[in-house]
Design a protein around this ligand. Structure first.
Ligand SMILES: CC(C)(COP(=O)(O)OP(=O)(O)OC[C@H]1O[C@@H](n2cnc3c(N)ncnc32)[C@H](O)[C@@H]1OP(=O)(O)O)[C@@H](O)C(=O)NCCC(=O)NCCS
Length: 198
């Protein structure tokens, strides 16, 4: 009798890359949205963000060897908006079958690095108190609680406001850079993220 395959094995990773999100990614991004959020963003909202919001930036994680003629398979996505020297993380999500392998941490660190390069000294975000996985990720990166927005989400759950500052201090950034390099080597096969050298 053959041994049954264990369930819920993580999907094997090919080499990944982080690149800017484009309109061609949106069908795949929407699948990831609906697998990740109770109130997913719409295609129109993403199209507006990509085409009309000059303060926001979005990135996707895809297989590095994906064929350009194939429809994109977005493994993770994240985005931020600049408010002067503060960046606000607008969204971050990883496909359920790819979670728990460091991709969320890698993407967060890559977004932080990009916002740092853009001149930001701090990154802020909102998170549901019930989202223990995301909270654990943010806390492990050093984000601290600075406030609570009452009944913030459409279902009336509060939002916790978290902040990480000091990103413009090279000494404080050093361990983040090491973590980013470590994950880039593991997930992208090199010490950079996407097509941008660090
Ligand atoms: C939050 C999310 C992006 C994390 O992505 P991920 O690729 O699974 O995260 P990683 O594998 O990089 O793990 C990073 C950290 O997250 C935490 N984490 C990951 N999976 C966890 C789990 N099942 N339970 C608790 N903490 C977990 C840990 O602190 C982990 O650090 P460690 O590996 O040193 O233990 C992902 O769970 C997701 O897409 N969730 C749905 C969308 C969402 O909630 N987005 C955030 C909105 S604020």
């Amino acid at each position: 009798m053959s041994t049954p395959m264990p369930m819920h094995l993580p999907t094997p990773l090919s080499t990944l890359t982080i690149r800017p999100m484009t309109s061609a990614d949106l069908d795949s991004v929407l699948l990831l949205e609906s697998a990740s959020f109770s109130e997913p963003w719409t295609k129109e909202l993403y199209a507006h963000e990509l085409n009309d919001n000059r303060l926001s930036e979005y990135r996707v994680v895809v297989a590095a060897d994906a064929h350009p003629a194939e429809p994109p398979n977005v493994i993770a996505q994240g985005g931020w908006m600049l408010f002067g020297e503060e960046a606000h993380i607008l969204t971050i999500a990883v496909q359920p079958e790819f979670r728990g392998q460091g991709i969320g941490r890698w993407l967060m660190l890559a977004l932080m690095e990009e916002t740092r390069q853009a001149g930001c000294s701090a990154v802020a975000l909102e998170v549901r108190p019930s989202n223990e996985t995301a909270l654990s990720l943010y806390e492990s990166l050093g984000f601290r609680l600075i406030g609570r927005r009452k009944r913030y989400y459409p279902d009336k759950e509060d939002a916790l406001v978290l902040l990480l500052d000091g990103l413009d201090d090279p000494l404080l950034w050093e361990p983040f850079q090491r973590d980013l390099d470590r994950l880039s080597v593991r997930l992208a096969g090199k010490a950079d993220f996407g097509d941008k050298e660090v």
